[in-house]
Design a protein around this ligand. Structure first.
Ligand SMILES: [Mg+2]
Length: 261
């Protein structure tokens, strides 16, 4: 495909792009192998911060789509990198699963359970959310000079059994209760994520192609940061959604298996 000739790295979204729930979309394994065989790097980029890099490696390897030399990055990785760079000493109260909380600690960040001693609020896709945690988060956001970081803006996450509330919905809830919105969002479509990825990959932005199923995160992310973009219609977006969209993908394909390099 002429539009993809200069691409050195393909970044694939996961949910709705590589798989739906536990099922791969068509012969993705073969498609990725063909890309690797051409010397083009394969990468995975997810906004889903409900689990850690290690869990994703295990899942992707188990599905047969992740190999040594592939790239992986998530909105959670970006949030922890950002905090290590800009607020290493911060005392972080987080809405996160226990696994993610331990992961953030293992990166050398100071996670506290008492919101009264915190000066950073990190909002991730906490699938173990309780009312008590929401009360603590709300109390913290009522304090002055608290840095508020959210991992991503997605309102819902697709699953085999329909959509479930995601961080974008938590942001709205906390906005109503506290009046605060995030200072920084580290997932697609925001620029801070592109900065880290471009630095890590060591290529120019127009040598990267973002492949995803969502216009307002995946495609907007690629477009905002000067990457090529491929919208796949295997997930959330339907062809008619393009008519009212302000973002315009480089290519629109039925699914990832139509990519040719
Ligand atoms: Mg997706």
């Amino acid at each position: 495909m002429k539009e993809l000739e200069k691409v050195k790295v393909f970044l694939f979204d996961l949910d709705g792009t590589v798989y739906l729930g536990g099922n791969l979309i068509g012969d993705v394994k073969n498609t990725l192998n063909k890309i690797r065989a051409k010397g083009v790097k394969v990468g995975f980029l997810t906004n889903n911060s409900s689990t850690t890099k290690e869990s994703y490696f295990a899942k992707l390897k188990n599905l047969g789509v992740f190999f040594d030399g592939d790239f992986f990055y998530s909105s959670l990785d970006c949030a922890t990198d950002y905090l290590l760079d800009k607020n290493r000493e911060g005392k972080i109260f987080t809405l996160a699963t226990e696994k993610v909380k331990e992961h953030v600690k293992s990166r050398g960040l100071n996670v506290v359970d008492d919101e009264n001693s915190a000066n950073v609020f990190l909002l991730t896709f906490d699938k173990e959310l309780t009312y008590e945690k929401l009360v603590k988060a709300n109390r913290l956001l009522g304090k002055k000079d608290v840095l508020y970081i959210a991992t991503h803006p997605d309102s819902v996450c697709p699953t085999e059994n329909g959509s479930i509330p995601d961080v974008g919905s938590f942001i709205e809830l906390l906005s109503h209760s506290s009046g605060r919105r995030p200072d920084v969002i580290t997932g697609k479509p925001y620029g801070v994520l592109a900065e880290y990825i471009i630095k890590k990959l060591g290529v120019k932005s127009d040598e990267i192609c973002m492949v995803g199923d969502r216009l307002y995160t995946d495609i907007a992310f690629g477009e905002n940061s000067g990457m090529k973009t491929v919208l796949v219609l295997s997930g959330e977006t339907k062809e008619e959604d393009l008519k009212s969209s302000t973002v315009s993908p480089t290519l629109v394909l039925p699914d990832v298996n139509y990519i040719q390099v």
